[in-house]
Ligand binder design. Structure first.
Ligand SMILES: Nc1nc2c(c(=O)[nH]1)N[C@H]1C(S)=C(S)[C@@H](COP(=O)(O)O)O[C@H]1N2
Ligand SMILES: [Mo]
Length: 192
């Protein structure tokens, strides 16, 4: 929520986000860009950029924590609540996770329950400007309570699933849940 937050354990604050992407920055063409919502939903959808811009927007301040130990506090994001998408796609009862796929072959997954929080946004503006390509523009997901590898840039597909599908960093041993406030960085060192 706005006003809450600060530095989780083991993090230090810096002024601007470091660029952390696994490959080249993908090009964006608003005429061909789509966001696909599929899997275990009643109403699968393919939104164009124009469709996306028509959805109800909110603006919200939240903190950003990379698992490497740096955080950028108080970023103003503007975008669409993930909940908005859920309401129109209508997940089936078996849907427990969402796999998020990006234009750079990056992927990650989140538990549907965590995506329903009031601070989870599909963001297209940062600090009142169009989101820059190097920060995930045109559209990225922002999940403030999780380490930033759970905030996929250049988001293009959201697939509702019953099983979790480890993505780029999860496959390398990073935490499936990535709760920054529990310093939940690595999957294998978690208590059983
Ligand atoms: N598509 C995509 N999303 C991604 C990544 C990536 O490589 N590709 N890196 C993640 C990591 S580890 C971090 S710290 C943040 C970096 O976002 P920034 O470059 O805006 O700081 O994006 C996350 N989302
Ligand atoms: Mo990161």
């Amino acid at each position: 929520m706005e006003g809450e937050g600060g530095l989780p354990p083991g993090q230090s604050a810096i002024d601007t986000m470091l660029l952390r992407h696994i490959g080249a920055i993908p090009p964006f063409d608003p005429k061909t860009w789509t966001l696909k919502i599929s899997g275990l939903v009643e109403t699968p959808q393919t939104l164009t950029w124009d469709d996306f811009l028509k959805l109800p927007k909110i603006s919200q301040i939240s903190d950003f924590h990379c698992v490497e130990g740096w955080s950028v506090l108080k970023n103003r994001w503007e975008g669409v609540l993930f909940k908005e998408i859920v309401n129109s796609a209508k997940p089936k009862r078996e849907a427990r996770y969402v796999t998020l796929q990006c234009d750079d072959d990056y992927s990650t997954f989140l538990q549907l329950e965590d995506l329903m929080d009031d601070d989870v946004l599909l963001a297209y503006k940062l600090n009142n400007k169009e989101l820059k390509p190097e920060n995930g523009g045109p559209l990225r997901l922002i999940v403030p309570k999780k380490y930033a590898y759970k905030s996929p840039m250049w988001l293009r597909r959201m697939i509702f699933t019953s099983e979790r599908e480890p993505g780029y960093w999860e496959k390398k041993g990073y935490s499936y849940t990535a709760d920054a406030w529990k310093e939940d960085r690595y999957e294998r060192t978690k208590g059983s």
